[in-house]
Design a protein around this ligand. Structure first.
Ligand SMILES: [Zn+2]
Length: 120
């Protein structure tokens, strides 16, 4: 009884990595770094990509660092940062694009130029 309880506890602790659960990574599986396909531990290469698999722990590490990079990404546009024009049009038509980009934490500027100005 006591041993049984102990065994159960051990299993739960391993499974209970909150990051692994949240990001859907099974620490007892291997993953393809390219297509993210999940494999049993005894498989060494991805059948699709022919690349070596990484362990669940490595995958989790990659995902969490990626995630941290994402939330740490600045929404400020610094001087000299390269910008690209993706859309021209009326201001109210462009606003949804800015919101869409912000969801991916991509800063956007709505820039009025002379052509759109009433005076011009
Ligand atoms: Zn693959």
């Amino acid at each position: 009884m006591f041993r049984k309880l102990f065994g159960l506890e051990k299993k739960e602790a391993k499974r209970g990595n909150p990051d692994a659960v949240r990001l859907g990574v099974d620490l007892e599986m291997s993953y393809c770094p390219k297509c993210n396909e999940e494999y049993r531990l005894d498989v060494e290469r991805c059948v699709h990509c022919q690349v070596e698999l990484i362990s669940g722990e490595e995958r989790l590490g990659q995902l969490t660092s990626k995630e941290q990079g994402f939330t740490a990404r600045s929404m400020e546009i610094a001087d000299g940062e390269s910008m690209v024009a993706i859309r021209e049009g009326k201001l109210r038509d462009l606003k949804p694009y800015q919101i869409l980009l912000a969801k991916d934490r991509i800063p956007a500027l709505l820039n009025g130029d002379a052509a759109g100005c009433a005076k011009g």
